[in-house]
Design a protein around this ligand. Structure first.
Ligand code: PEP
Length: 257
């Protein structure tokens, strides 16, 4: 079996600071049919605000739709006003936690070191990180894309064992493509995904590199999803804006089948 054949596609919706709890419940209700229809072929994940995690966990009982948190703190408890820990999220039924999203890096000062601490906390709590990496427009224009992404992958995974890395989802999200309507071309994305997989092979081994799923994120829409998801090293999508509309998100999920 080809290594890529073992990787199940994963489509995740990052709702960011959108959707009240009733709106979140309504959106997943609309998605249930699509998710049931794709069955085991595509893993579908939604990342609502912290507030909606518990109500969605209850509402989703038995449904093949996984929950992700958008962030966490690296400590399990303590005097960290306003923060939420990984064990707290695991208890609420989260399967994944997004770490290192570019908005958190750019707006909240997250570094490769803090992202690494968060990723370790997520693993320790029995969940899987969705670790985001990606270059800015200036970095791409200066031909630094692969260097930047390599630094972020190395930093984010520092000290984490192969058996744990194999459970990670990496998300390649060029910053210039997030929320801009300007997606990377499938060739641009595939080039970076292949480079990340090559790096994983050098840092760990071929088996681990072949197991890690690498999502593309950045203005994924129903009309570009199939082309992007058709690339050999693109194992899914991390979707922002288009995941807020049930019809658009459903179309992207179907494009992954
Ligand atoms: C994101 O924020 O992870 C993202 C990919 O957003 P959008 O799809 O809106 O570009």
């Amino acid at each position: 079996m080809a290594v890529s054949a073992r990787r199940r596609k994963i489509v995740a919706g990052n709702w960011k600071m959108n959707k009240t709890v009733p709106e979140a419940l309504a959106l997943v209700r609309e998605l249930r049919g699509t998710v049931a229809a794709v069955g085991d072929v595509v893993e579908v994940v939604v990342a609502p605000t912290f507030l909606a995690l518990q109500p969605l966990h209850v509402a989703l009982e038995g449904a093949p739709l996984q929950l992700a948190a958008q962030n966490c703190h690296w400590e399990s408890s303590g005097a960290f006003t306003g923060e939420v820990s990984a064990p707290m999220l695991a208890e609420l039924g989260c399967a994944y936690v997004i770490v290192g999203h570019s908005e958190r890096r750019q707006l909240f000062g997250e570094t490769d070191e803090s992202v690494n601490k968060k990723a370790r906390a997520v693993v320790a709590a029995g969940m899987k990180p969705i670790l985001c990496v990606g270059e800015t427009l200036a970095e791409r224009e200066a031909n630094q894309t692969l260097d930047v992404v390599e630094r972020q992958v190395r930093g984010g995974l520092a000290g984490i064992e192969a058996k744990d890395v194999a459970t990670f989802v990496l998300a390649y999200e060029p910053v210039w493509a997030i929320g801009t309507g300007r997606n990377a071309t499938s060739a641009q994305a595939q080039e970076v995904h292949a480079a990340i997989r090559g790096l994983l092979g050098r840092l760990y081994d071929g088996e681990t590199a072949g197991r890690v799923r690498i999502q593309y994120g950045g203005s994924v829409k129903p009309d570009n999803a199939a082309e992007l998801l058709g690339q050999p090293d693109i194992d899914g999508a991390l979707v922002g804006g288009a995941s807020l509309k049930a019809g658009d998100f459903a179309a992207i999920i179907k494009a992954a089948t």
